[in-house]
Design a protein around this ligand. Structure first.
Ligand code: PEP
Ligand code: MN
Length: 339
């Protein structure tokens, strides 16, 4: 249930709504909007609480039941777009946020060389996986977490890039959080609810990838797990879903961008690399994502894709990556964004 306060509601009025919710045994979250404030009343498992309990309180404009299964991620709770601040950019603001780098850290040189190219291309965020959730246990699953994190530290020190990296285990969340600027939750863990809560509590922004076969509603409910830890900094990432089509690795659901923009206030970026599966298609999907209104891109780049230990077929060479950044500029401009 959402309690929308009047424009002129006082802090006391807001406290009154919170006190009522608390006295009835409900939780709450407050969105102190620029225009007006909204209080989400949480935990009404039966859907039975009367809206009148709140509608009669001073300063209340109206009370709406959110019939959607997701609540805190819903635009009704937070009418303005959320932007998420990273050290050198703001995701969801006018400028698009590019995140690029290797799927996985394989060696110091491979990761550092890629980071330098990413930086030279004007990109502010390095993506680089540490421990990987591989579909087969017999494939390369990354260096040890400590080795990878040491390499990330060295890269950050030299380049000043912000870093996004995936965490796959609850027990490692705090360690990874000490070394990255944005915690990535991978597609395979979108419904690992303990991990979502642990990532939310780490206090850093969280990049939440869409599950391979998750509906947008399920994805936004997963976002609610993070938001419910009082961490408002969630970025959604559409990375392709499983369909009957096998010509690409997954099917980029480009329609998810306008749908998410309608249903939610959270920023959304596109990962064309995992969707395409083949580097030759990555550019077209990246452009489609930007044209559809995505707030940024997450792209895999490797010094020598043919030798990559993970996701080489979809990784861009340095030359192709630099060209793509240039090709994206007029498209960003056409939809009123900068790059
Ligand atoms: C990745 O970003 O390298 C990754 C494993 O992505 P996803 O979780 O989308 O498969
Ligand atoms: Mn990958």
């Amino acid at each position: 249930m959402i309690v929308e306060m009047k424009r002129k509601a006082s802090r006391e009025d807001i406290e009154g709504v919170i006190a009522k919710a608390t006295s009835m045994g409900f939780g709450y979250q407050l969105n102190l909007g620029t225009d007006k404030s909204v209080v989400a009343i949480l935990g009404d498992r039966t859907g039975q609480i009367e809206t009148d309990h709140f509608a009669v309180l001073p300063g209340v404009e109206r009370v709406i039941r959110i019939m959607r299964p997701f609540k805190l991620a819903a635009r009704e709770f937070h009418p303005d777009d959320t932007t998420v601040a990273l050290p050198n950019c703001e995701v969801g603001a006018e400028a698009l946020t590019m995140m690029a780098g290797p799927c996985t850290i394989e060696t110091f040189d491979q990761a550092m060389e890629t980071a330098r190219v990413v930086k030279e291309a004007g990109v502010g965020v390095l993506r680089a996986g540490t421990r990987k959730p591989r579909t087969s246990p017999f494939k390369f699953r990354g260096l040890s977490l400590h080795e990878s994190l040491d390499i990330l530290e060295a890269i950050k020190k030299e380049t000043g890039l912000a870093v996004v990296s995936e965490v796959v285990e609850v027990n490692n969340v705090d360690l990874v959080a000490e070394h990255v600027d944005l915690i990535q939750i991978g597609a395979r863990n979108m419904q690992n609810y303990d991990l979502l809560e642990a990532a939310g509590k780490a206090g850093l922004p969280v990049l939440l990838k869409r599950g391979l076969a998750a509906t947008i509603e399920e994805w936004l409910q997963a976002a609610d797990y993070i938001l419910s830890t009082d961490n408002p900094n969630v970025i959604l990432c559409e990375r392709g879903i499983r369909t009957f089509e096998t010509a690409t690795r997954f099917t980029l659901d480009v329609g998810a961008v306008p749908v998410v923009k309608k249903l939610s206030h959270l920023p959304i970026i596109i990962d064309p690399s995992h969707a395409a599966g083949y580097s030759e298609f990555v550019g077209a999907l990246a452009k489609a994502g930007v044209a559809a209104g995505a707030d940024g891109l997450l792209v895999e780049v490797h010094p020598s894709p043919k030798d990559a230990l993970v996701d080489g077929s979809q990784s861009l060479t340095f030359a192709r990556f630099r060209a793509l950044v240039e090709e994206l500029k007029p498209i960003a401009c056409a939809v009123g964004r900068d790059l």
